[in-house]
Design a protein. Structure first.
Length: 169
């Protein structure tokens, strides 16, 4: 009922009719897409590691991951930020995921913030989710926000309603 083309024979062109078929027999043209190699998934680059003997004065910004083992004086923006046990960061930290093993002096903003038992943080933490292990040292305030990475309207909408002004009349 159906006829198949042989593997080594080229398939008939579209629109061309096969004249050698017996009457009443139907043929099915199966078109196969050209063999294109599937694009290889992009491998995630490894985290950039700032070694323990490195001192940076200035801001760091990346869409990738950073592991800090040295000292940084400046703001840091990253996707995943890991602050090592011997590391000291003086400035604002902003990342999707923040893991603090060392010391941060400044504000921490992250969707997920984790302070391990060796963490020392002096500053406010603005987060969506937070985990603080026993033994972590923290001085500052903690506030939960749905979008902690948004720095523009952070102060515009306070959580507590303000009393109305009194009018003299």
């Amino acid at each position: 009922m159906f006829s198949k083309s042989k593997i080594n024979e080229p398939a008939p062109k579209q629109g061309a009719e096969d004249t050698k078929k017996p009457a009443g027999e139907k043929s099915v043209n199966v078109q196969r897409p050209a063999a294109e190699p599937a694009p290889a998934p992009k491998a995630k680059p490894p985290a950039s590691v700032l070694s323990s003997d490195l001192v940076i004065k200035g801001n760091l910004k990346t869409t990738g991951d950073i592991q800090i083992e040295g000292n940084v004086e400046g703001d840091i923006r990253a996707h995943l930020l890991t602050i090592g046990e011997g590391a000291v960061v003086k400035g604002e930290v902003l990342a999707d995921d923040v893991v603090v093993n060392g010391r941060v002096i400044g504000r921490v903003r992250g969707l997920k913030v984790r302070l391990t038992s060796t963490a020392r943080v002096e500053g406010d933490i603005i987060h969506k989710t937070i985990a603080i292990e026993s033994g972590a040292h923290f001085e500052g305030s903690v506030s939960r926000r749905d979008d902690p990475l948004n720095t523009t309207g952070a102060q515009a909408r306070p959580n507590v309603s303000q009393p109305a002004e009194e009018t003299k009349g």
